[in-house]
Ligand binder design. Sequence first.
Ligand code: LMR
Length: 419
Amino acid sequence: MSTRFTGIKLGPPIEVFALQKSFIDDTDENKVNLAIGAYRTNEGKPWVLPVVKKVEKLLAADDLQNHEYLPVLGLEAFSEAATSMLLGANSPVIAQGRAFGIQSLSGTGALRVAAEFLSRILHYDTFYYSKPSWDYVLIENHRLVFTNGGFKNACEYTYWNEKTRNIDLEGMLNDLKDAPENAVIVLHACAHNPTGCDPTLEQWGKIADLIQEKRLFPLFDSAYQGFASGDLDKDACAVRMFAERGIEFICTQSFAKNFGLYNERVGNIVFVLADTKELIQTKSQITLIIRGMYSNPPNHGARIVSTVMRNPELFEEWRDHIRTMSSRIKQMRVGLHQRLLKLGTPGIWDHIIQQIGMFSYTGLTERQVQHLKEHYHIYMLRSGRINMCGLNESNLDYVANAIDETIKLFPQTQSDCTC
Ligand code: LMR
């Protein structure tokens, strides 16, 4: 029998998930997973946060909980708490009623709804995303989400200076100067993925100046609030600066990493408007977009997050968990850095301790990454991005030695350098 499904092109694999599968299938006892962005304990295990476990037990015992539909825009108690976590409990924008949140299917779902809204309702057609970007070698995810969401023109802005292993602010501002009015600029609120380098507050000020001057539209992707510095307020300072300046923006929030609720898909889309006049209309259009996409969001994860955030004791317990996670990451940075220095590994390694958040953009070449996987069973993205949480006291020596031997075997050549 003939099939209608002939001639379909094979799509490229999604690198992080393909590596995750290869890692699981790998039977080598020394294998190390530094690929997918998920927290691991010092024992190399996933961590269900104790406060999450506690609330799950409370919810399971609560006879008032049920499995009825949530409203199309989600659990209001959750969205309000998430919006206030982003903008600050005393945010004037919230007090003036110019900000609101909408529950979404984690950060990616939030981005997709935002993209559909911006392209279909505001008729924006051009967006800019950082180079390099999240999951960037095969398919950049911001690009995939925004083009699927109706945008016609996908453009990159320079973000990285490979020589200094730091932000290329001048390159970034130059690229944004060329952007047409109403271009959507996708910014990482903190702990940039994959580079682990954020602009300083002064640099954010310059970015904000240009965005205002050129009438661009900023969209913050906030997937790591709390993970960059261990402090929720510090990690939101760029977003809050834009709000204070009276700039209109959207911010997509994910609670995958900071609550360890990866597969519960807990997210929020924050809209900050210049005034309250268009608020009801805006919400009504988003309602239609969500109704036509997945109808309404799931309850479980959002209920956990809102329960924690609305109870001062549970909230404090959670903030402590964030500090535990971010300080373990910092320890692993120091541990890897020290070992590479001690081994005399060719290259400069200070960026490992200077970068922040879950990832380090190591500068390892594709050839080196391939060798590390094939020879040592150490998995990382082709771009050289490693998840610092995959390191622990038991595998630090193994990984440092493997990196050292690999670099000596396959030294970086001029042609490896994309700068
Ligand atoms: C990552 O960057 O590894 C995570 O955000 C997982 C994902 O969905 O890409």
